[in-house]
Design a protein around this ligand. Structure first.
Ligand code: SF4
Length: 316
């Protein structure tokens, strides 16, 4: 199957006090039609920076140093502002993390959805309203037509997240980027939202990039997964492969730190991820790795493909 999105050798940095600090290094990822690519890692690992680079939504001090992001073969990084605006929302849409801060408390839900539709499509108010109702029904909001008149505070957290999913879907995008879509929700509501996303993706054959720190969400929704550590891909594989046969010490650490019914004792990964100012020589995981060898402190390992399972570690 053809790739709908390809990220090639992406390098991104931030300018702080006139100096450029690199935060994402040589990322290579691809997404096929109808597939979910999970990007997992701790806070600050570069997963959100990578996804925001795709739709050109880096903060003002963010800078794409080099690389290509190909959407159906077109390099998004060489698009002008107008072109990228028409792709963002229309072809590639974002489901943000926090439903409370992503919706404007002063406008009704209807106004906010209709505004998004009219921004991207030539629809009059009545036509846009009909689409808005259809989208709210799609995300299973009961009594959708009358709820258009409600304000965000009149919805529960789970319902607000459904509204954001409806907004992302209203221009029928090919790719959804979901940044921690269930993090702000209660556990029971999380399960409902994950089921909803799964059903919509399957029914509409959409592709998704799923950004999360939660391996449970990855196991539930993703087809393939990239584990990021400190701005670099540490491991990448089909989800089943990664869970059945984790190779990178960091991935093993992540899996050992989540409780299962068989867990006798949780084993957290010692230490903290490096920050943007740290200059680590060799493998970036070496200060926390239980298997560290001399060469890990001087030579950054290349990423190796072992039967479709990629790992960046001197042990392989
Ligand atoms: Fe650990 Fe060395 Fe592998 Fe890095 S390269 S993960 S330090 S064993």
């Amino acid at each position: 199957m053809q790739n709908i999105l390809e990220i090639k050798d992406l390098n991104v940095g931030f300018t702080i006090s006139s100096q450029l600090y690199q935060v994402v290094y040589d990322i290579n990822l691809s997404l096929k039609k109808g597939e979910v690519l999970g990007i997992v890692g701790e806070s600050g690992c570069g997963k959100s920076v990578t996804s925001m680079s795709i739709i050109n939504l880096l903060p003002p001090n963010g800078k794409i140093i080099s690389g290509e992001i190909l959407y159906n073969g077109k390099n998004l990084l060489s698009c002008d502002k107008k072109e990228i605006q028409s792709i963002r929302g229309n072809k590639i849409a974002l489901i943000p993390q926090d439903p409370l801060t992503s919706l404007n408390p002063l406008y009704t839900i209807g106004n906010q959805i209709i505004e998004v539709i009219q921004l991207h499509q030539k629809k009059n108010k009545k036509e846009a309203e009909e689409i808005a109702v259809e989208m709210l029904e799609k995300v299973q909001i009961p009594d959708a037509a009358s709820r258009l008149k409600d304000y965000p505070h009149q919805f529960s957290g789970g319902m607000r997240q459904r509204v954001l999913i409806a907004m992302a879907l209203c221009c029928n995008p090919d790719i959804l980027i979901a940044d921690e879509p269930t993090t702000a929700l209660d556990v029971t509501v999380q399960a409902q939202i994950m089921k909803l996303i799964k059903d919509i993706l399957k029914k509409e054959n959409k592709s998704m990039i799923l950004i999360t720190h939660d391996l449970g969400v990855i196991a539930e929704l993703a087809d393939q997964v990239a584990v990021l550590y400190s701005g670099k891909v540490a491991e990448q594989a089909q989800v089943k492969d990664l869970f059945n046969n984790p190779m990178h010490p960091y991935t093993k650490g992540l899996l050992n730190s989540i409780p299962t019914t068989k867990t006798e004792k949780l084993e957290p990964i010692e230490g903290q991820p490096p920050d943007i100012f740290d200059d680590i020589q060799g493998c970036n995981f070496n200060p926390r790795c239980k298997f560290v060898m001399d060469k890990c402190k001087t030579i950054d390992p290349p990423i190796k493909d072992i039967n479709g399972h990629a790992v960046k570690c001197h042990l392989y």
